[in-house]
Structures are given as structure tokens and as C-alpha cells.
Design a protein around this ligand. Structure first.
Ligand SMILES: NC(=O)C1=CN([C@@H]2O[C@H](COP(=O)(O)OP(=O)(O)OC[C@H]3O[C@@H](n4cnc5c(N)ncnc54)[C@H](OP(=O)(O)O)[C@@H]3O)[C@@H](O)[C@H]2O)C=CC1
Ligand SMILES: O=C(CO)[C@H](O)[C@H](O)COP(=O)(O)O
Length: 475
């Protein structure tokens, strides 16, 4: 291990400020710089005892000069062109052995490109995915590191020290070279979107379908958080449902506009899944649901023209235990899709992605942390390459809860409550156990209009159909 790396951090916003304090708290002196100088002054002035391990700087030149080589410089700035601009500005100031660490939510392809670029320069570049929001960055995030084994040897001790710990095990690990860390973080966020959407659908079934108020819904989430669904996202759902608006005294959820924002990582996951030809319909449905949520005017027009949805569920159509069981099944299906995407990407990009380790470093610190991930780590350990739906205990759990998922989706569909993530999870599950699918007619259609040919089930070599009136038949 190279103990001589000296640390710097650029970007003292929500994540960067918290991460710098976390690093300092773990005994690593760190030099900091922020584009807006007052932010640096305010940050250092409020750092308490940790200020003695911080070196604030006012210019980039001063920043680099204050860190002894070999330097490890963490960037915590918005993903995209800002990262490139920051690298451009740093490049002439750095030397051999120095490494830039992009810790923001970069697109993995950008990280690949920047890694290649650094190969032509004197300095080194790696990309790491950091999850856990501000609280995680301050007290222990989950860290998905992209880079070479040599980078891990030099920097792994820092990442492990500042990461969350699950029963003492650090939630930081090397994923693979180049963009591997950011790819895994992207899929983490795709799963995050899907998990959040399924919770939102359960919320809608309770609020709109069952007519429950926020306090009652908060109690349900709190109860679910003591069972198999125990997770950070269920926990905070209980908290947000219980909160009261200090301005009106109404439940906080009742005053928040129903248009979900997004910064792009969920969309990237859906796009990359299409590139890889991996079906991740629950994640795609979650991204689409955010897009639909933002179309408030069109939704209002639809309600006016076609009738207002959702309606209340008929008495006794769905109970809370069935809903909980449906969420358990939905969650397993969504994670199975996410892990399959990682597995296909590993093969395509020649990354040796450590599947069980990924589940292990997601058990604490990150936004999707949950008890279920502990079982997923164990299941993936023995069954790398196999879908989670076939690995115990998830196979048995799906057998146990499938009926509840179906019952929930049917009740929602009958009533007009949109459940795109739960229903697409169920359709995927149904399709993934259909021996004879309907794709034979698609093959026939393709051959009819485009002479695309098909294979026959009996193996006979006759790749075209007898389509007399096909546009191609007359020549
Ligand atoms: N917030 C979250 O929960 C999470 C965020 N991330 C990722 O972390 C990164 C940072 O996010 P976050 O801390 O939330 O963002 P903030 O907006 O809180 O902070 C952004 C930081 O970047 C600096 N910055 C912005 N534009 C420029 C620029 N053009 N040149 C130089 N510096 C600039 C800002 O400096 P200034 O003060 O001058 O504006 C500020 O220090 C992003 O990639 C984000 O996706 C990852 C995980 C979780
Ligand atoms: O990376 C994160 C959590 O893991 C960030 O909070 C990210 O911003 C969440 O994505 P979005 O803003 O699109 O909801």
C-alpha cells in the first residue's frame, strides 16, 4: 500500500462538503477548493475540530501546490462538461503519480473516455460511484470503485475507511477497470428508481384505492420496515408520510406537487439496457412513470376528456398484507433484472464485475440498502451467472408471493390505478416462464413484409413462408 498519497477535494456542495468532513474525520488531512470562494470559507469556518485537518485554498494553483505529490484529487462537481472543464484546468498543474478521482454521477462512457485521455497525459484518472446522499457522504457511503488493481492498492484504504460498514465489513470495493464503478452506480440508481416507483404505486393503492390518510399510510410503512421489506427507502417513506407541513399544518405529502424530477441516471440505465439487449422493464417503467408525472397539463386534460382516474378500490378488493407481499415479489423481480444487466455488461465490456460483492457493498450506506441485499449477496455467491429468480431463497419467495402480486395488479387495473412497475414486473415474470411465446407470429410478419426469414421448429431448412399476397411475392 502506498501511504504517501495526499488528498484534495474540489466541489464543496452537498456531497463534496460532507465527503471532505468524512475524510478528515478518518484522520486524512485534506486540501479543499470550491469555485465560489465564500463557500470554502463558510465550510472551513463550520468544520469545528475537523478544520485542523482541512487546508482551504482560494485558487486551483494554490490548491494543487498545497497537496504534496503524489496527489489524489477528488472531484465532486456536476456530471458532464463541468468534469471535463475541471480536468482541463487541472491537467497542466499535475505530474506523474497524481490521480484525479471523479466521485460524481458520471456516465460510465465519459469515464471510459476520460480514463483513455489520462493514458496520454502524465496524470491518472479513475471514476468512482458514491451512494448515500449527504448523510452517507458524511458518515459512510457505499463506494463502487472503477480502476486498475493498482489504484485499489493505492486508494482502497481511504475508500474502505470512509465507507459505510455492514457488520464491520466496508461497503467499498473495486468493480473493474475504466467505467465499471460508474456503470454499477448507474444500475444502482436504475434499481433505486424502480424501488421508489413500486413504493409510490403501493402508496397510490393505499391513498387512492383504500382512501387511507398519510398518518395511516405512515404506520403501514413503519410496520413493513420491521418485516421482509425493511430498507432505507421504506423507512424514509414512513418518515415523509408522517411529516406535517409547518406552513399549513397539512400532511407534508399532501402539499408536494406530483411531478418527479430526475437527473438522468435512471434514464441512462434504461438506455444502456436497450443497448445491451437486457430486458429491465421495471426500471424502464419507473423512468417512464417519472416522465408521465411531469406531464401535469396533459394528465389534467386526459382526466377531463376520458374521466378522472384513479378510482377507489371496491370494498375488500385488496388488503394490506397482499400489498406487502406484492411489493416483496416486485422487489425481487426488479433486482433480478438489475443484476442480469450487470452480468451482461460484465461480459460485453470484459469487466470481472463481482456480483456478490456488489450486493454486499449495497447492504449499508447507499440509498437502496435493505435487509434483502444480505440474502442476495449469499445467493449470488453460489450462483454467479444465474438469475436471482432461480436462486434460493428468492425462488421460494416468488412462488409464495406471486399470487399476491397478480391479485394486486388485477385489482389496480380493474380500478384504474396505474401500477406500471408492478405490472411490468409481473409480465416479465410471466414471459420468463413461457416456453412457447408469441414471437413466432412476429417472425412470420417480418418474413412477410421484408423476407427476413425464420427458423422452423422441425429444423427443416425452409426459411420463408408461402405468403402469396406478400408485397415481395410478385418480385
Ligand atoms: N446529492 C446527492 O444525493 C448525490 C449526488 N451525487 C453526485 O455528486 C455530484 C455533486 O452533487 P451535489 O453535491 O449534490 O451538487 P451540489 O449542487 O450541491 O454541488 C455542486 C458543486 O460543484 C461545484 N460546481 C458547480 N458547477 C461548477 C463549475 N462549472 N465549475 C466548478 N465547480 C462547479 C459547485 O460549486 P459552487 O459553490 O461554486 O456552485 C459545488 O461545489 C453530482 O455528480 C451528483 O450527481 C452522487 C450521489 C448522491
Ligand atoms: O445518486 C443519487 C442517489 O443514489 C442522487 O441522489 C441522484 O441525484 C438521484 O437521482 P435523481 O436525481 O435522478 O432522482
Amino acid at each position: 500500500m502506498d501511504e504517501t498519497m495526499n488528498f484534495g477535494l474540489i466541489g464543496l456542495g452537498t456531497m463534496g462538503g460532507a465527503l471532505a468532513l468524512n475524510i478528515a474525520e478518518h484522520g486524512f488531512p485534506i486540501t479543499v477548493y470550491n469555485r465560489t470562494g465564500e463557500v470554502t470559507e463558510h465550510f472551513t469556518a463550520n468544520a469545528g475540530e475537523l478544520a485542523q485537518r482541512l487546508t482551504p485554498t482560494a485558487t486551483l494553483e494554490e490548491f494543487v501546490a498545497a497537496i504534496k505529490p503524489p496527489r489524489a484529487i477528488i472531484l465532486m462537481v456536476p456530471a458532464g462538461p463541468v468534469v471535463d472543464a475541471q480536468i482541463d484546468a487541472l491537467a497542466p498543474l499535475l505530474g506523474p503519480g497524481d490521480v484525479i478521482i471523479d466521485a460524481g454521477n458520471a456516465n460510465y462512457a465519459d469515464t471510459e473516455r476520460r480514463t483513455c485521455r489520462a493514458g496520454d497525459e502524465e496524470f491518472d484518472f479513475i471514476g468512482i460511484g458514491v451512494s448515500g446522499g449527504e448523510e452517507g457522504a458524511r458518515h459512510g457511503p457505499s463506494i463502487m470503485v472503477g480502476g486498475q488493481p493498482g489504484h485499489w492498492q493505492r486508494l482502497g484504504h481511504l475508500f474502505e475507511a470512509i465507507s459505510a460498514k455492514y457488520e464491520g465489513v466496508p461497503c467499498a470495493a473495486l468493480m473493474g477497470q475504466g467505467g465499471a464503478g460508474h456503470f454499477v452506480k448507474m444500475v444502482h440508481n436504475g434499481i433505486e428508481y424502480a424501488d421508489m416507483q413500486m413504493i409510490a404505486e403501493a402508496y397510490s393503492l393505499m391513498r387512492d384505492g383504500m382512501g387511507q390518510d398519510s398518518t395511516r399510510i405512515a404506520r403501514v410503512f413503519e410496520q413493513w420496515n420491521r418485516g421482509p421489506l425493511a430498507s432505507y427507502l421504506i423507512e424514509i417513506s414512513g418518515k415523509v408520510a408522517r411529516a406535517t407541513d409547518p406552513i399549513t399544518g397539512a400532511p407534508m405529502l399532501d402539499v408536494i406537487r406530483d411531478a418527479a424530477g430526475q437527473k438522468g441516471t435512471g434514464r441512462w440505465t434504461a438506455i444502456e439496457a436497450q443497448h445491451l439487449a437486457v430486458p429491465v422493464p421495471v426500471i424502464e417503467a419507473a423512468v417512464a412513470a417519472r416522465n408521465i408525472s411531469a406531464r401535469t397539463d396533459e394528465r389534467a386534460k386526459g382526466a377531463e376528456v376520458f374521466g378522472q382516474m384513479p378510482r377507489a378500490l371496491p370494498e375488500g378488493a385488496l388488503d394490506l398484507e397482499t400489498l406487502e407481499r406484492a411489493l416483496i415479489a416486485g422487489k425481487i423481480l426488479c433486482y433480478a433484472q438489475g443484476f442480469e444487466m450487470l452480468s451482461v455488461a460484465a461480459e460485453k465490456f470484459f469487466w470481472d464485475l463481482p456480483m456478490a460483492t456488489i450486493a454486499r457493498i449495497w447492504r449499508a450506506g447507499c440509498i437502496i440498502r435493505s435487509d434483502m441485499l444480505n440474502d442476495m449477496a449469499t445467493a449470488l455467491e453460489g450462483a454467479e451467472g444465474e438469475s436471482l429468480i432461480h436462486a434460493e431463497p428468492f425462488r421460494s419467495l416468488l412462488q409464495e408471493h406471486e399470487a399476491a402480486l397478480r391479485e394486486t395488479v388485477i385489482a389496480a387495473m380493474r380500478t384504474g390505478i396505474a401500477v406500471p412497475a408492478l405490472s411490468s414486473g409481473l409480465s416479465w415474470f410471466d414471459a420468463m416462464r413461457t416456453r412457447r411465446s408469441s414471437a413466432n407470429i412476429i417472425q412470420a410478419q417480418r418474413d412477410f413484409f421484408g423476407a427476413h426469414s425464420f427458423q422452423r421448429l422441425d429444423g427443416v431448412d425452409a426459411p420463408h413462408g408461402p405468403w402469396g399476397d406478400s408485397p415481395l411475392a410478385e418480385g
